[in-house]
Ligand binder design. Structure first.
Ligand SMILES: [Zn+2]
Length: 295
């Protein structure tokens, strides 16, 4: 993408920001910071939880009361918006799922097919997992964070305890519950390279090599397969945008949106996935990147 260029517009009485920096790319978002804050983080014991933190006598902070959140979400739902929730703790996830359910039960039938997104998803209670499919909501993960680091050991483990740390970023459990899983970049923090997230999603280890904490196996049940994670970055993302009929996979009649790497990801050791580099990028059939030494 080129330089960020934001235009502000009024829509139904709220300010939205449209990003016109790239070809055919635009992003609308609510410009009210208050309406975007329902999350906190584990390491500061602020993320809203269903059960108390191990190192603090409380369950974090839900920045909006459930009643207030329900009303706000219903308001945006009724405008026909696809909603994006950024939720970290299992308490925040449940409050947001409840709000989306509230909005869908009362909202117009014409908005029923809109596809919503929950991102970050540090912890999700197993009983909430089937609700993603029921509410037409995708689960967006940034699996570059799905490894065991000093951060996990020194900050998340004391706050959450081993049982909860072992359930962090529960991508496989959500897939098993029928959720559409997306590969995301959360916000502008850390590594945005999809291959780093894909490799980490499979190994649940540091993509740049073993570190001192790598043998602390906290992510016992959540290893994922390459094809599943490629889908998360391609066809599933197209689904979320209602664009799966024209993009997201290589098929006759679809747009040629694709990246060609210098090696076949299915034929190399998993630990090398993040080392693959791009030979060619096509956007709607046009070459927008070609490696300088390739002809
Ligand atoms: Zn996040």
């Amino acid at each position: 993408m080129g330089t960020f260029h934001h235009d502000r517009h009024e829509l139904h009485g709220i300010t939205v920001v449209v990003d016109t920096s790239g070809p055919e790319i635009f992003v609308g978002r609510c410009d009210d910071m208050d309406d975007r804050q329902i999350l906190g983080v584990f390491e500061g014991e602020t993320g809203a939880m269903l059960t108390p933190y191990d190192n603090a006598p409380h369950k974090g902070v839900l920045n909006r009361s459930p009643d207030d959140l329900n009303k706000r979400v219903a308001r945006y739902y009724d405008m026909g918006m696809q909603l994006h929730f950024h939720t970290v703790g299992d308490g925040a996830v449940r409050a947001a799922l409840d709000a989306l359910e509230y909005a869908r039960e009362r909202g117009s039938e014409e908005h029923r097919n809109l596809r919503h997104t929950f991102s970050h998803l540090g912890l999700v209670d197993p009983t909430d997992m089937p609700r993603f499919a029921e509410l037409n909501a995708a689960a967006s993960f940034t699996l570059a964070w799905g490894d065991t680091t000093e951060w996990t050991i020194n900050l998340e483990l004391p706050a959450l305890g081993r049982e909860r740390v072992a359930r962090l970023y529960p991508i496989r459990s959500l897939l098993a519950a029928g959720a559409v899983v997306l590969g995301g970049s959360d916000w502008i923090y850390g590594d945005l390279d999809p291959l780093v997230s894909i490799e980490t999603g499979i190994t649940r280890d540091d993509a740049y090599g073993p570190i001192s904490t790598s043998d602390f196996e906290v992510f016992d049940d959540e290893t994922d397969e390459l094809a599943t994670l490629i889908d998360a970055y391609t066809i599933n993302g197209a689904w979320q945008l209602h664009a799966e009929e024209r993009s997201g996979s290589i098929e006759v009649g679809k747009r040629a949106d694709m990246v060609i790497y210098d090696r076949n990801l299915f034929e190399i050791p998993t630990g090398e996935i993040s080392e693959a580099t791009v030979d060619l990028t096509l956007f709607d059939g046009r070459v927008v990147y070609r490696r300088p030494d390739k002809r």
